[in-house]
Each structure stands twice: as C-alpha cells, then as structure tokens.
Ligand binder design. Sequence first.
Ligand SMILES: Cc1cc2nc3c(=O)[nH]c(=O)nc-3n(C[C@H](O)[C@H](O)[C@H](O)COP(=O)(O)O)c2cc1C
Length: 355
Amino acid sequence: MPSKGDGERWRTEQELRLLYRAVAASSNGITISDTNLPDEPLIYVNRSFELMTGYSSEEVLGRNCRFLQGTDGNQPALLEVRAALQEGRDCQVLLRNYRKDGTLFWNELRLSPVHDERGRLVNFVGVQNDVTDRKRAEEELRRAHAELDERVRQRTARLAETNARLEREIAERRELEEQLAHQAFHDPLTGLPNRSLFLDRVELSSTGFLERGGKVAVLLLDLDNFKAVNDSLGYEAGDRMLLAVAERLENTVGSRGTTAHFGGDQFAVLLEDVASAGDAVRVAHWIEEVLQSPFDIEGLERHITASIGIALSISGWEAPEEIMRRADAAMYRAKDTGKARYAVFDPGANESTSP
Ligand SMILES: Cc1cc2nc3c(=O)[nH]c(=O)nc-3n(C[C@H](O)[C@H](O)[C@H](O)COP(=O)(O)O)c2cc1C
C-alpha cells in the first residue's frame, strides 16, 4: 500500500511529466538557461528549437545561446536583452540568428525570469519564434510601397512635364492664331485694318447708328500720282512713303474713327456718328493739311496729295459695299476734277459734288 506521501509525490511526478511533454511538444522553441552557472549556459532546449536552428540538443546544452548570432553580434536589440537579464525581468526582441547551415532567420525571442521558492533568480526561460516569413512579407510590402511611391513620383513628374509642354504648345498656338487672325484682317505693310475688316466695321457701326438715328461717313483716299513715286524711286521707297502716309492718317483720325489701308495707294477712313457731311468734310480738310508737309524719302523731299471721296450712310439698311460704291464714285469725281481735293457724294443727283 503506498503512503499518503507517496501518492502526493506520484501526482507531482505526473504533473511534471505532463508539463515536460507540453514544453517538449510546443511549436515554439523553448530554452532554459541556468543563471547561477558561469556564462549562463542552456540547460534545456525542446525539439522545435532543434528543428528551427538545425542544432541538436547535445550540440547546444552547456553553451550560452549567443552562438546563434554568429558574427552578427552588433544588434541594437541585444542591449535590451542584456538589460533584461541584468535586471531579472521580461523582454521581447527581434534578432537576426543563423541556423547551423549558416542561413539567416528572424527570431522573435521572449525571455522570462524564473525564481526559486525563496525568490532568488535561478533560470531564464526563452521562447523562440521564427518570424522570417512574416519579416520577409513585411520587407516585400515595404519595398513594394517604396517602388509604388517612386513610380507615382516619376509619373507625377512626367505628367507635370507633359502639362507644362502642353501649356507651352497651347500658348504658342494661341499666339499663332492671333497672328493669323491679325494677318487676315490687317494690311501686312502698314498694320492698319484691311478692306475686309473695314467693311465689317462699316456694317457694324452703320447698323448700330442706324438704330439710334445716327449716320456714319466713309472717306476713300487715293494718293495722286503715286505710281510715279514707285517708278522713279523703286518699290521700297514707295512702301516707306505709304508707311509715312499711314502714320500721318492715323495721327489725324486717331480715335475719331477707323483708318484702313486697302493696299496700293488706297486708304479709307470710317467716321462714326456724324451729324452731316460737314463733319466728314472737316476731317478731309485735316487730312489734306497733314499731307501738305513734304515727306523725306531717301534724303529727297517728296510731296503727295490725295483725292478723297466722301459718302454718308442712308437712313435705311444697306450693304456696306453700297456706301463704299458711293465713296468710290465721289473719289473718282475728285480725281476727274483735278485731283488733290475731296468730293462728297450727292445722294439726290446720285453722283458726287466737288467743292
Ligand atoms: C534562456 C535564454 C535564451 C536565449 N535565446 C537566444 C536566442 O535564441 N538567440 C539569441 O541570439 N540570443 C539568445 N539569448 C541571448 C544570449 O544568450 C545572450 O544573453 C545575449 O547575446 C546577450 O549577452 P552577450 O552580450 O553576452 O552576448 C538567450 C538568452 C537566454 C537567457
């Protein structure tokens, strides 16, 4: 018959066996060191530790576990391990360790102190967990993120570049369009509105003033004997003369109306909101006056006069060509009656009257 003491011992042994089997079967590495022996050697490692590291228990018992670090002993996490061992407290760190075959694995190590019944530190228990796969996945994720960031950065930079190029192209095109529009409606030599723009303005303003009961006047100018300037001095000198005439006309008419150059020796002026032919005649006088002073063409003084035909809009709507036709008839009348003068188209007689 076993005594009561034998029964207790038996139960204790059963319990210890159970605990031993549980520790041995744990899927984590489990290690125990003896803190009272020199250099705190391992006194127990389980099967999972052997599988994880490739070392058998015979090879490692009696050694300090630092051999798993190989030559990689300069890891910041080891400062925490040393401090925890020194202070006899728990710690958890991530360490680079090397298996027996030299391959690296990431070891998530937890250390806990074990005290005897009198409270003295006697052992440390280490739990090892191989987290290489997790660490590798994290690393790959980090690299993927960094790559993605870099690709986004590069693409954003390329987009910004393309955008800037597009903006430049749009600006250039807009400038070109403006140039083309300007060319389409302006005389290339003088830069003044050409016939087509002038007709537009005539139509626009005569419709506008017609509605309000006002009138517009057109002065058609033809330089007298201009061909002689071209013939005697050449086309370049002729062009300079045309430019000088354009400048004087512009200065005289200014904001009172629109000065246009129809090409060759023909200019036109549109006056808006005139009360009677007298208003237009006054401007014709100014033009005659301003043309009187000689032009300095290549060191030579040249004089030029103009034949001016004046026509006013009628009270009903008409095509702009109509008023131009009347101004033209008046201009020819000025030419026919001796040039260097103006003539006003007489609507009653359907022909121009000369002063
Ligand atoms: C129970 C126990 C288990 C340990 N397990 C490991 C381990 O798996 N890997 C490791 O690199 N260090 C481990 N260490 C830590 C080293 O043994 C050692 O304490 C550490 O390298 C710091 O000390 P040192 O500066 O003298 O090397 C363990 C320590 C103890 C007490």
